[in-house]
Design a protein around this ligand. Structure first.
Ligand SMILES: *[C@@H]1O[C@H](CO)[C@@H](O)[C@H](O)[C@H]1NC(C)=O
Ligand SMILES: *[C@@H]1O[C@H](CO)[C@@H](O)[C@H](O)[C@H]1NC(C)=O
Ligand SMILES: *[C@@H]1O[C@H](CO)[C@@H](O)[C@H](O)[C@H]1NC(C)=O
Ligand SMILES: *[C@@H]1O[C@H](CO)[C@@H](O)[C@H](O)[C@H]1NC(C)=O
Ligand SMILES: *[C@@H]1O[C@H](CO)[C@@H](O)[C@H](O)[C@H]1NC(C)=O
Ligand SMILES: *[C@@H]1O[C@H](CO)[C@@H](O)[C@H](O)[C@H]1NC(C)=O
Length: 446
């Protein structure tokens, strides 16, 4: 009797346990579905849109008044919320056609988006309310206050840089435009670059002699007076520009979190004055580039693209190379300059090419410009480029020759170690000149 009871209860256990577990799971699922359905999302209060987006609030389609599924935006961060609103404005399913759903008079529009912040955007727009704004560091506050502004007057421009000569309006098509982010005070860096890797003109390749036409410009903002008074270098800059004609300057504070503006404004300039250039290098003024080797690489890519194009009619070239960083998370350490508070951005970064420098095709530059109108400014420029690429459905390619984090300590003084390098970070002006001399006559044994 006792034995049978034991075996019965074991059988019972084996039968009942899975049933009970499935039952619990079912209850759990039902409850969570119920919670999700009854949940209504908070109104997103975004007071402005980036200028440049099609500013037509009447085009905004009525989105479902009740959530289709969980849209818990209240616990996401400012940038994510704003981007979400912008995405919804441009969602072709929701907005594409005003003739359909919008006609329905019963539907009222829910989202309030104030348009037309530009041109007086600083004065007119209230910046959005953010939880924890008071706890943001100063540079983050300054960024949030001005992040809806992306048009700044040009102070120095180079409309003729890509023209064949003075008298004609014909555009030349440089092989490579080098856009180097610099600051007003960094004259020495710019001069070292002009004398070495950033020389404008016809540049030979290293192995095959094909090379190409290179044009260099330096991207500058206005000296940042918030860090203290600066000596007035305006006249010096004017002189420098008269002599070299390679400065692009805009009227915004040249701070770390404003670097993204340089990309945007450069793309505008590029589209207007140099749209036929085949490739763009974008980098900092403290890197060293082996321009000849880079041209070899680009010529090879270009030849492959032409071959590919002949077979597929694919006209757009999607090259974007650099030192790619995958699955990076925002820096949450308040003492660093890269600090991004959780109240501003949540989630991982898309794949992006790190600092120092990247190369992309001219056709991609034009598309990046277009798509950037639909991506809210982000304080870290490399990440912003990654976001724009992501929107285009592309991802950056990694090239081992881009050494954003430099060579191993022991190799830095050996010329041969630079044989396979395309870009190395970071070098002082003196080091640039030394390196350049080394590389002109690399020993054969390398
Ligand atoms: C904005 O909307 C109006 C009327 O709804 C329309 O006539 C106009 O073409 C739209 N503008 C743009 C840029 O979509
Ligand atoms: C909008 O819809 C109408 C008919 O519903 C169609 O004729 C028109 O082509 C559509 N416009 C766009 C831009 O899709
Ligand atoms: C280009 O034009 C400017 C004035 O329009 C003139 O000062 C300059 O000398 C010209 N340069 C050349 C190379 O012709
Ligand atoms: C400048 O352009 C004109 C007309 O396009 C041409 O005749 C002239 O040879 C060009 N000069 C130079 C130096 O390329
Ligand atoms: C960027 O530049 C604008 C215009 O000069 C300025 O108002 C803003 O504070 C700057 N942003 C940052 C983060 O420094
Ligand atoms: C490429 O385009 C040309 C002209 O538009 C056409 O004749 C040819 O068939 C196309 N080739 C392919 C592979 O689509």
């Amino acid at each position: 009797m006792g034995k049978c009871c034991k075996c019965n209860s074991r059988l019972l256990c084996m039968c009942l346990l899975p049933c009970m577990m499935t039952g619990h799971l079912l209850v759990y699922i039902l409850v969570s579905i119920f919670v999700a359905i009854t949940y209504t999302p908070p109104k997103i209060s975004v007071h402005y849109v980036a200028p440049g987006t099609s500013a037509n609030s009447s085009v905004l389609a009525s989105h479902p008044l009740h959530p289709f599924w969980n849209l818990r935006l209240e616990d996401s961060a400012l940038w994510n919320q704003m981007q979400h609103a912008l995405d919804r404005r441009h969602n072709p399913i929701l907005t594409g056609n005003t003739s359909g759903i919008l006609r329905n008079p019963k539907r009222k529009r829910v989202s309030k988006i104030k348009d037309g912040c530009f041109p007086d955007c600083m004065a007119q727009c209230s910046f959005p309310h953010v939880n924890g704004f008071d706890g943001f560091p100063d540079q983050m506050k300054a960024f949030v206050r001005s992040m809806h502004c992306r048009e700044y007057p040009s102070l120095i421009s180079q409309p003729g840089l890509c023209r064949k000569n003075n008298s004609s309006l014909d555009l030349d098509s440089p092989m490579l435009v080098m856009a180097i982010k610099s600051q007003v005070g960094n004259f020495e860096n710019r001069q070292a670059i002009r004398e070495t890797w950033g020389r404008s003109g016809l540049v030979k390749g290293e192995s095959n002699k094909k090379g190409g036409l290179v044009r260099t410009v330096f991207l500058l903002g206005r000296q940042d007076s918030s860090t203290g008074p600066h000596p007035d270098l305006k006249n010096l800059l004017q002189l420098e520009n008269q002599r070299f004609g390679d400065i692009l300057q805009w009227d915004f504070r040249d701070t770390f979190f404003n670097l993204t503006l340089k990309d945007l404004l450069f793309w505008q300039w590029f589209q207007k004055y140099c749209p036929k250039a085949t490739f763009v290098f974008k980098g900092d003024d403290d890197v060293f580039v082996r321009t000849g080797a880079l041209l070899d690489y680009l010529n090879k890519q270009w030849d492959e693209h032409k071959l590919w194009r002949a077979y597929t009619n694919e006209t757009e070239m999607n090259l974007f190379v650099g030192d790619v960083i995958n699955n990076a998370m925002p820096n949450r350490e308040p003492s660093t300059k890269y600090y991004i508070p959780g109240g501003f951005y949540k989630g991982a970064y898309p794949a992006y090419a790190g600092g120092g420098g990247v190369v992309y095709s001219g056709s991609l530059a034009l598309r990046l410009k277009r798509v950037s109108e639909r991506v809210h400014l982000f304080p870290i420029d490399d990440v912003y480029l990654g976001m724009c690429l992501h929107r285009l459905g592309l991802s950056p390619s990694h090239h081992p020759g881009f050494l954003t984090f430099d060579l191993p300590e022991g190799d830095r003084g050996k010329p041969c170690a630079y044989k396979s390098v395309l870009l190395v970070h970071r070098r002082t002006p003196n080091e640039m000149l030394t390196l350049w001399r080394w590389l002109q006559n690399l020993p054969d044994h390398c």
